[in-house]
Design a protein around this ligand. Structure first.
Ligand SMILES: [Ca+2]
Ligand SMILES: [Ca+2]
Length: 430
């Protein structure tokens, strides 16, 4: 029996013991939890309905007896209103807690460790798996997989995956996440190395909706892919958080689909972009992309929200190719070409309250010192940004943009006034 299940059973037992003598509302026994849970849920609803009724009726009868049968509550006079309300609240709270436990039931934690041994039954704390791949195979949807410190991949570095304890590398990724599970490290990304050892695949490939890969301070070091460090199918509602993607052969973290969240990640030294999103309605926040081989952030598609990120020392900071992209409170600092580039004709963006300077020290497209290059052909609203000087966009040491700067290509127009006179504080902190 899972720990949460045992906890739920114990809790139910106690609750029932307490109230049984008063005429029990719930007659199921602890071992019938599955059947009981829906009964408890519907009772909770009824109890709230009764509670509302009593409060409205203003019943003030004087008996001290607290009786919890529905029948007696409905056929007042029963106990003092205060007493009944208190009892109902206690019971309602018990129900909420119980239902919470029931929902938690079956959501097990599987363990992976360097001392583990893979098998079809591994995953208990006493019997951890050696590979994430095996833990994913053994997991059910909704389970959490907690990975201990160490290195995971081609353990003997002989170029062959799938040997005892090694990741399987069956598919696009060294680790393929094909069901909605949560994967976290116990000790954070610098202690937990997912190493593709220069193989021609992604370190991690996610193809199920709803996957959680890492949490702030509990992500993974994603390293050694010849392809992208982490990549996905076109999926939705995944979270990629707390990871470090380092020196992969293409992009660092590349997510495709809708309503996904990338937060608190660090991407550096990847040969292409640090972090890239494709699709629609994705959220990218509190990440840092530094020293990557193309853009720090590539934003392609529609309605993405890009907030509180830092792009420094990349080739270009943020590359936008899409419509209705919002950049709020990011920093684009010291990138070789542009701080932000709205790249394709028809792209549109709102770029506000960002810090943009130290960019475009190397001439590109015949342009220098452009904080924002606008090639969209559209009017881009880029107000409230800080350009490195209180006087706003202009020559070094500020960055330039907008009318007269040369940074608006063809019919593009970047609206830069009003600008901010001071640095915006941002909360990026992976
Ligand atoms: Ca091997
Ligand atoms: Ca400058």
């Amino acid at each position: 029996m899972a720990r949460s299940q045992a906890k739920a059973a114990y809790f139910l037992e106690r609750t029932l013991l307490r109230y049984r003598s008063k005429g029990s509302l719930v007659t199921c026994a602890a071992q019938e939890i599955a059947i009981c849970s829906s009964a408890v849920a519907s009772y909770l609803e009824e109890m709230f309905a009764i509670l509302r009724k009593i409060v409205r009726s203003g019943d003030t009868s004087e008996s001290d007896t607290i009786v919890l049968t529905e029948e007696m509550i409905m056929n007042r006079p029963v106990g003092t209103v205060k007493g009944v309300v208190a009892a109902i609240l206690v019971f309602a709270f018990a129900c909420v807690f119980f239902i919470w436990l029931i929902q938690d039931m079956g959501a097990d934690i599987l363990h992976v460790a360097n001392k583990g041994v893979d098998s079809g039954t591994c995953g208990n704390r006493d019997n951890p798996c050696r590979s994430l791949s095996q833990a994913i195979t053994n997991a059910n949807a909704g389970d959490t997989i907690e990975v201990g410190p160490g290195r995971y991949g081609d353990l003997n570095r002989n170029g062959t995956f799938g040997e005892p304890g090694e990741e399987l590398a069956q598919g696009y990724g060294m680790i393929n996440v094909d069901k909605p599970v949560t994967l976290i490290s116990s000790d954070g990304p610098l202690m937990t190395v997912l190493d593709a050892d220069d193989a021609s695949l992604s370190v991690v490939y996610i193809k199920a909706n709803g996957v959680v890969f890492g949490q702030p301070k509990h992500g993974f070091l994603i390293i050694g892919a010849k392809a992208n460090g982490l990549s996905t199918a076109a999926i939705s509602n995944i979270t990629v958080a707390g990871n470090t993607a380092l020196a992969n052969g293409q992009g660092g973290l590349v997510v495709n689909g809708s309503a996904n969240l990338l937060r608190d990640n660090f991407a550096s030294g990847n040969l292409a972009a640090g972090i890239a999103v494709f699709g629609s309605g994705n959220e990218v926040r509190n990440n840092v992309a530094s020293s990557n081989g193309s853009q720090g952030f590539v934003i392609v598609g529609t309605r993405h929200m890009i907030q509180d990120n830092v792009a420094s020392n990349n080739v270009t900071g943020f590359g936008i190719q899409g419509t209705d992209i919002r950049l709020l409170r990011n920093a684009a600092l010291g990138n070789k070409f542009f701080g932000i580039s709205v790249e394709t004709l028809g792209a549109s963006a709102t770029i506000s309250k960002n810090n943009i300077y130290g960019n475009n020290s190397v001439s590109f497209n015949g342009l220098t010192n452009c904080g924002i290059q606008n090639m969209s052909g559209n009017a881009i609203f880029a107000t409230g940004n800080f350009w490195g000087m209180p006087s706003g966009p202009g020559p070094d040491p500020a960055d330039n943009a907008g009318s007269g700067s040369g940074c608006d290509v063809a019919a593009s127009k970047t609206i830069i006034i009003p600008f901010a006179r001071e640095w915006h504080s941002i909360s990026s902190n992976p």
